[in-house]
Unconditional design. Structure first.
Length: 259
């Protein structure tokens, strides 16, 4: 009989899936090898599980990219759980991943190399401290998931300097607790485009084209015309997964855009 995956194992695998590029979902990838060792499974079986998740990913389906075709009912249930509640699901998956990867005391140096993995911090002290730790971990996952999805490039300019990139929320963190960790509510933007988006000088259409405010378009400064105005009407650099949700883009545009 096949070695059935537990819910905890599936959550850990899904967590890793969100933080690996599609081209690295193979048995030779270091992170997959390490997870397989902790699970006492083969790298091929872990890679296959991640391939099953890829087959369920709407972004890959839209691009005609196929993962494996053997997704189980349990795989689909995990995918549906994430789609229904990213914040809760990411927290549970991160807990499962940390527990599995951190189970061996001799691997602290490995923990630091894994994408999206924070050091194992057992809950202790006041509830507020635990919440702060979980909040930071969630924000760290959000940034790294967007880094992978956008291939570390600004969705407007294509800027590829990590120090100048910001994981932006389309609907503000403070305005929508449910979608704080929903990667479809995220954009990877350069600092200037993030600030322009936040202040209403930049927005996106439902078909993912850039909108620049009239104030910027009419500004006499060459810098503004080049850094912002030149992108008016240009297509967004779409991510390879976690396509920005139209309803979030529309909410931002209708409530904050100054155009």
């Amino acid at each position: 009989m096949a070695n059935i995956w537990s819910e905890e194992e599936l959550l850990a695998a899904m967590y890793l899936y969100t933080l690996l590029p599609f081209g690295r979902l193979h048995k030779g990838t270091r992170e997959i090898v390490i997870l397989a060792e902790r699970l006492e499974r083969t790298p091929s079986s872990v890679a296959m599980k991640l391939g099953n998740f890829a087959s369920l990913d709407p972004a890959h389906q839209a691009r005609g990219v196929k993962g494996l075709s053997g997704a189980s009912r349990a795989d689909r249930a995990v995918w549906s759980m994430f789609a229904a509640s990213w914040a809760e699901s990411v927290e549970r998956a991160a807990d499962a991943y940390d527990k599995i990867i951190g189970a061996s005391a001799e691997t602290p140096e490995v923990e630091a190399t894994l994408p999206g993995l924070s050091p194992l911090i057992p809950p202790s002290g006041p509830t507020e401290v635990t919440r702060a730790v979980r909040g930071r971990r969630g924000q760290d996952w959000f940034r790294k998931a967007l880094d992978v999805a956008y291939e570390q490039r600004c969705a407007v300019s294509g800027c590829a300097l990590p120090e100048l990139l910001v994981a932006s929320h389309i609907v503000r963190w403070a305005d929508d607790e449910v979608n704080r960790l929903n990667p479809h509510n995220g954009l990877l933007l350069s600092t200037i485009h993030d600030r322009a988006f936040e202040t209403g000088h930049l927005a996106f259409t439902d078909d993912h084209r850039v909108l620049i405010s009239k104030k910027v378009l009419q500004a006499p400064e060459p810098f503004l015309r080049q850094a912002l105005g030149s992108y008016d009407g240009a297509p967004m650099r779409l991510p390879n997964r976690f396509i920005p949700d139209t309803k979030f883009l529309r909410q931002h545009r209708e409530s904050r855009f100054l155009g």
